[in-house]
Write a protein that binds this ligand. Sequence first.
Ligand code: SAM
Length: 316
Amino acid sequence: MAAPRKIALFCLPTIGEVIKLYNLRAEKQLSQNFLLDMRLTDKIVRQAGSLRDTHVCEVGPGPGGLTRSILSAGTADLLVVEKDNCFIPGLNLLSEAAPGKLRVVHGDILTYRMDRGFSKPNSTKTVPLDPPDLHIIGNLPFSVSTPLIIKWLENISNRTGPFVYGRTRLTLTFQKEVAERLTASTYLCAVTIPGRAFIPKPEVDVGVVHFTPLAQPQIKQPFKLVEKVVRNVFQFRSKHCHKGIEMLFPETERLELAEVMSPTELSIPDIRALADAYSRLCSENQGLLTYDFREELRLKHLNRRSGSSNTGNLWC
Ligand code: SAM
């Protein structure tokens, strides 16, 4: 049997040299900040756990610093999805140094069909609930990582996108405050990378968050309903919970809710109870699920301007 081919990363120009070679510039409008220090990129990669012989998708590889750390961790197959065309030649150079290991896709991770990127898991696997040998890793602009994680949370609940393979693990960077909120109910995020480590330096520090989807969701309601309840509860973050909860109901139906907790004091069981109760009410009241208080306000405002007193019944 032929000996496995070593990845000749040491023959490659450094990331700093790649940046010079291809005249790469971090576009401020695109919030591009690069990590050039391999000790830090190795540290992010370690948060994902052992990557030996696994499949990895890296989102937003840029000049490829994190990419090199993932390859050095012994991954069997790395697929990178990069939106900005100017990074593709440098990534192709890296791909040549790691034959058969690195696939470069020029595309947008918000629309990329990750369910087609890897072969589906082996059905003979004895414990199907074990996370698959597939990881997603990325240091993305914050403007992308937040909508992306919301999309992926919905994908987790529907077992679509990257989660057709099972409980695919994610290791992603977020603005430190967002990372701390995401991990608040478990533990504070384990790794913080100071802003000064990035080129150019962003105005905030960065937190690395590792997610392993649960085998069973803690709230057994459709994602859209849970997301609506949570979004409403948290929209008046500094006020008491009842303010946001009231907005789940049309104005004429709003109850005087006596609850005086603030949104951040709610536990997962509290949110579960709220989602279950709202689901019950939605099944009894056709149209409540799609009721949107902003739409009711908009129509009220329009009616006021046109002099009509009819606010309409928006949910029956
Ligand atoms: N991962 C590199 C690093 O750590 O040095 C680059 C980080 S930079 C903050 C973010 C990278 O994500 C850029 O290369 C940018 O072009 C890319 N990117 C931004 N939006 C993207 C999207 N929607 N899909 C794929 N890549 C994206």
